[in-house]
Each structure stands twice: as C-alpha cells, then as structure tokens.
Design a protein around this ligand. Structure first.
Ligand SMILES: [Zn+2]
Ligand SMILES: [Zn+2]
Length: 264
C-alpha cells in the first residue's frame, strides 16, 4: 500500500508520513479532544472525492473559503485581495481545483498567515503550490506537525505587512494567537481573529478562552492584559472562526465590554 500523509478527521490537521502515533497530537492537546467514537484519519485524496471548497465574497477585498459538507472543526479561511499581494488568512485542509483556480484568477498569494494551530491543516501543500511564505508566530512553533521550507516564524509583538495590513500577537487561546489588522477594509479597521476572540451567536458578546470546546477559561490577569492591548488597536469590524462570526459594526465596543465583564 502506498503511504500517504494522513489528516485527522476531528481537527483537520495533516501529519507527515513519518508521524506514526495512533492519536492526533493537536486533538490530544488539552485545548481539543479526541472524539468519544475514537481517532479517525482520512487523506487529501479521499477529501477531494467527498468534499468541495465553497467561496463567498464578503466585501470587495475579502472572500471566505469553506469546505462543504462541513469537515473537521468547520474552519474557514479568508482570501484578502490586496494591491501589492494577496494573503490567505488561515487554512482549510482541502486544496481542490475550484479554490486553486479562483485564487490564481485573483492574482495568487503573496503570503499565508495564521491565527493559531487549529488552522494549520495542510499548510505546506498550499505554500508549495502558491510558492509563498507562511507566517506563524514563534510561540506556536511546538504545534507545527510538519515544518516545511516555507514556514517563516516571527517573534515580535507586531509584524507590519503591506497595504495597511499588520499581524498582531494577542496570545490567550494560544501563546502565539495572532490577529490580522486591515486598516483600510472598513472605516475604522477590520480584524481577522480566528478564535482569539469568539463571537457569540447573539452577536453581542465575545468569549476569550484558553479552550472553547473544553470550556477552560483564561486566567483573569491574561484577560486584563488582552484588554489593555485591544484598547490600543483601532477597528470596527471583526471576522471570526465561523461563517456566522462576521461583525461589521461596533466590534471594538462589544469586545471591550465583553472583556470588562470578565473582570467585574
Ligand atoms: Zn486532530
Ligand atoms: Zn482554536
């Protein structure tokens, strides 16, 4: 039998052929969990047959990329269209012709950047195909299952990119948890946050947690530190982990109120 890289069906992380552990390292970590039914694996070849990518335009500079039917945690990636080079924000485990053709039609990728390890999936395949670097905060290096040649670790608090885009290390959920601030996408600025901030279905509260599925809170001193950091960032819009987590107005006020609520 030909050996192929394997993808965890619970979290979507792809592991190299050399990974022979029975359980997925990301699911075993205390922020995720191995499903009660047990560990299951798939491969990219199988995913190509059973799933497809779905692309939706959110505004003139932003596209959402999901997998249908839902796979793993239901992650979504974003394609940010920008004059001096497009960015893929976060990643999904399926790289099919539909998404490849679409991204190429928009000018390809200048970089891939990550919020945190729950999105790493098959990032090396994306980076190899589009010949671009992958920005990951150094604090999250221990969670990289396969350190491909395109991975570029950064360790500052902020990493300015181009066209008014900047990566900011917020920490919290993971020590390397990062947001992407886009200063010109909306009137006051737009934040892409993965689940560094977790918008509630009411659209009126953000949770900020160490683990969302396992309901493990962050220490209050961490919330306090995050609040001080967020205070200095200007934005009005947030796009989060899931497709329902699009908040086009008053996002900073809602996040600051939510953080204050933890501290009361
Ligand atoms: Zn997993
Ligand atoms: Zn996460």
């Amino acid at each position: 039998m030909v050996q192929t890289k394997k993808i965890c069906t619970a979290c979507g992380t792809q592991f190299p052929i050399s990974y022979t552990d029975h359980l997925c390292a990301i699911c075993m970590e205390e922020r995720q969990y191995v499903p009660a039914a047990g560990q299951e694996w798939t491969s990219h070849d199988i995913l190509l047959k059973t799933h497809a990518t779905e692309i939706k335009q959110l505004n003139d500079k932003l596209y959402e990329i999901c997998i249908t039917p839902k796979f793993a945690i239901g992650q979504r990636a974003f394609l940010l269209i920008s004059e001096h080079g497009n960015i893929l924000w976060d990643c999904i485990p399926l790289l099919d012709e539909n998404v490849i053709d679409f991204i190429r039609s928009k000018g390809g990728l200048k970089a891939i950047a990550f919020s945190h390890p729950h999105y790493y999936s098959n990032m090396n395949d994306w980076a190899d195909l589009f010949r671009c670097p992958v920005y990951i905060h150094k604090n999250d290096e221990p969670y990289i299952s396969e350190k491909g040649n395109n991975i570029l670790l950064w360790e500052e608090n902020e990493l300015p990119l181009w066209d008014g885009m900047c990566l900011i290390n917020i920490g919290g959920h993971f020590a390397g948890s990062t947001i992407l601030l886009h200063t010109t996408m909306s009137e006051k600025g737009t934040v892409l946050c993965g689940d560094t901030f977790y918008l509630s279905p009411s659209m009126k509260h953000f949770a900020v947690m160490y683990s969302y599925p396992n309901r493990i809170p962050l220490p209050l001193k961490e919330i306090k530190r995050i609040k001080e950091q967020v205070k200095n960032i200007n934005f009005d819009s947030v796009y989060g982990f899931y497709p329902y987590q699009n908040l086009p107005h008053n996002a900073k006020e809602i996040l600051m109120d939510s953080l204050e609520r933890y501290l009361q």
